[in-house]
Unconditional design. Structure first.
Length: 718
């Protein structure tokens, strides 16, 4: 029997030693290869902190979307401002909510060779080979969209032998899911792979006003198709197509924070339709290998919500004090029915086109006495997006703000990897990138910024012996500056903000233990952010129902912490794994003015969505008689929801399980997620949204998914 690695969560070494008496006849762990880097490298040879979740682990933990496993990644978090995760934070760095006009991600998101940064909803894990999360700046490889790190979904490639994999799922909340993947040869040189998956469920919310249970529902379709043509040993051509259609609701907020009983009359939506493709051509010459990657995306997405979180009948039953009454001779009425109706609706269309050329050394063209691999590359990325933003409460003349944004990024990059000795190697990479942008909107705002940025890394890797490898890494990442639209006159000085840079210092040790049956990874890091970009907000003094959202620079801040991961194959049927992340992410010197004109000093306070602790643990039992069981848990300590207030989440732990029987060609499982039915917040606000309470500020929380039980049937053969 084959055991598969779970690099996401690794057991601590002490636990492995304590159970050492059970390891007779244990299998060794398989080597994990990282595909997101320029060259495919074994994970213990890559001088960087990285989590890899393989296909077997995704199946063992009943993960159907990246959302189902992200809580098990050390020092990783997300913001629940959308129906599926779109905004991520790595080591405390990343966006928390929607932008108005200019996409600008701190955490990159890619599916194979397709850049979907800022569109992470399209993250079905069906027929995915592995999920890779690279922590820290990835300036050399990915540039501006990966200042904090990169999420990379590697899907399964076409196979030389026929494969069939079918999956059907039924669960609570009216969940239904179907998946089908087929792969095989079309000729001696051409192979294919097609994977289609559909998921539907009601979304765990009951709308009492409309009498519906599906206003927060999910209806998601993902289709992938691949062709691989290898006409000779010198050529390989890969064609990749992705279609994702997510037709989801967004009815996730309540006035009383009960979590799951809503009252909206206009429940929101969170839709995304993406068509994307890539063409990757590789030529393996004697002196140089050439890689050319062309990729493009076409996405329509819409995010809307009922901002008053209720309905006209609800508000009419409430009494508002000192509410202005136009029918009362211009006087103020003491008590009148409340009238409150607020809708926010953004529709956008985005197109991207990128081209990359890479030239890499071969065994015959290595430099410096055959000690150094080299790589040179050029990259160009064009993005165009149109937005229509509707809001009753605005500062622009019309209710719909129409905007058009274009940006072109051009970069050159180089990397060398040198063997200084039999046990010591040096990697040096640098990337120079320029961006030219143009923005226009119907409110008269116009910006045409251009800037030059650079990043890169220097890393030393020391192999102490066959089982232990250490590294030291210095990396510089960057995030382009930008601008704020539709700001009132009092915030005119905040129209533009500067480029942010991040320096990351990292020490790591990757080890094998117990004759290859256990592995651990330990990382210590220190990060310095300069001209840190933060999402700020200010309530309009003239309109307490309206918040002004903007981005500004907050000086410098320092983040530091530890990441520990481990795995142990105790014997041929038992695997244990776990992870711990510790993070200190605080502001340096930063203060702002609140709506009353008072100074709020956040110096030294934790950043938003940056929990001090993240943790996970799991055990998989797979005896030879076909039975299977997995039990896993993950959690986070409390964290601030926003940089502009003191609202905080609660500490939580989620417990998941899966049990079933596996035959050669079929398997049947029963599974449960969040078995203790924990109520845990994934997004929070602190403001006044209730006129009958005289707009008193309070905390509002969006909760994550409650307990769910279900069954899954798999059928596969080749």
């Amino acid at each position: 029997m084959k055991l598969y690695p779970h690099i996401t969560s690794r057991c601590v070494l002490a636990a492995c030693i304590a159970l050492a008496g059970l390891n007779a006849h244990a299998n060794t762990l398989e080597e994990v290869t990282v595909t997101a880097d320029f060259r495919d490298l074994a994970i213990d040879q890559l001088p960087s902190s990285i989590t890899v979740i393989d296909q077997q682990t995704l199946q063992d933990e009943s993960a159907r979307h990246f959302e189902d496993v992200l809580n098990s990644i050390a020092n990783f978090n997300w913001s629940g401002a959308t129906s599926r995760p779109r905004y991520f934070q790595i080591r405390g760095v990343g966006e928390q909510e929607d932008y108005q006009g200019a996409p600008n991600s701190s955490v990159g998101f890619m599916v194979d060779d397709i850049d979907l940064s800022g569109l992470g909803m399209a993250a079905s894990t069906f027929d995915v080979q592995q999920v890779e999360v690279l922590r820290g700046p990835q300036g050399t490889r990915f540039g501006a969209n990966a200042m904090a790190g990169m999420i990379y979904l590697k899907t399964n490639d076409p196979s030389q032998d026929f494969e069939f994999n079918g999956q059907a799922t039924l669960g609570e909340d009216n969940q239904q899911g179907m998946g089908l993947a087929v792969s095989g040869p079309m000729s001696d040189t051409l192979s294919y792979r097609v994977a289609v998956e559909s998921q539907q469920q009601d979304g765990y919310r009951d709308n009492g006003f409309l009498g519906r249970t599906d206003t927060n529902g999910r209806d998601e379709l993902t289709t992938r198709a691949k062709l691989r043509w290898a006409p000779s040993a010198l050529w390989q051509i890969d064609v990749n197509y992705l279609y994702a259609n997510l037709d989801n609701g967004y009815d996730a907020w309540t006035l009383d924070n009960n979590g799951f009983d809503t009252l909206t009359d206009q429940p929101g939506v969170d839709n995304q339709e993406t068509q994307a493709g890539s063409l990757k051509i590789q030529w393996f010459g004697e002196q140089v290998s050439v890689t050319a990657i062309t990729a493009g995306t076409d996405t329509d997405h819409r995010h809307a919500y009922d901002g008053d979180w209720a309905n006209p009948n609800y508000w009419a039953s409430k009494s508002c004090t000192d509410y202005y009454d136009e029918n009362n001779n211009g006087d103020f009425a003491d008590q009148i029915p409340c009238v409150y109706d607020y809708t926010w609706d953004k529709q956008a269309s985005r197109q991207t086109l990128s081209q990359e050329f890479r030239f890499a050394s071969t065994e015959r063209s290595r430099l410096f006495n055959n000690s150094t691999n080299w790589l040179l590359g050029i990259y160009r990325h064009q993005l165009e997006e149109d937005n229509d933003l509707y809001s009753e409460y605005n500062t622009w003349p019309d209710e719909v703000l129409q905007s058009h944004y274009e940006a072109t990024n051009t970069a050159v990059f180089a990397q060398t990897d040198t063997e200084l000795s039999a046990s010591l190697s040096l990697s040096v990479g640098v990337r120079s990138e320029s961006r030219v942008a143009d923005y226009r909107d119907s409110n008269g705002d116009a910006f045409s910024p251009s800037e030059s940025m650079w990043g890169g890394h220097i890393a030393l890797t020391q192999s102490f012996n066959d089982d232990h490898t250490g590294y030291a890494r210095l990396a510089r990442g960057y995030k382009a500056g930008g601008f704020n639209m539709t700001l009132p006159a009092e915030l005119a000085t905040k129209k533009e903000f500067e480029t942010e840079t991040l320096w990351n210092y990292e020490l790591g040790l990757k080890s094998q233990w117990l004759a290859g049956r256990a592995s651990t990874s330990a990382t210590v890091f220190y990060m310095t952010r300069e001209d840190q970009q933060i999402a700020a907000s200010q309530q309009d003094p003239d309109d307490p129902q309206r918040f002004v959202l903007f981005t500004e620079n907050a000086g410098t801040s320092d983040n530091y912490g530890v990441e520990l991961e481990g795995q142990w194959a105790a014997n041929a049927w038992l695997e244990v794994y776990g992870s711990i992340g510790y993070l200190q992410a605080q502001y340096g010197s930063y203060s702002y003015q609140d709506k009353y004109g008072s100074t709020v000093d956040l110096s030294g306070r934790d950043l938003a969505h940056a929990p001090r602790y993240t943790y996970s643990a799991g055990v998989t039992v797979r005896p030879a008689n076909g039975w299977f069981a997995n039990l896993n848990a993950n959690g986070k300590s409390d964290f601030y929801y926003s940089d502009s207030n003191a609202s905080q989440s609660s500490t939580f732990t989620l417990l998941n399980a899966k049990f079933g029987y596996e035959a050669d060609q079929w398997a049947l499982y029963a599974w449960g997620r969040n078995l203790t039915d924990a109520h845990y917040g994934v997004r929070g606000f602190y403001f006044g949204n209730e006129p009958d309470q005289d707009w008193a500020e309070k905390q509002y929380i969006r909760f994550g998914d409650p307990r769910q039980l279900g069954v899954t049937f798999n059928l596969k053969f080749q």
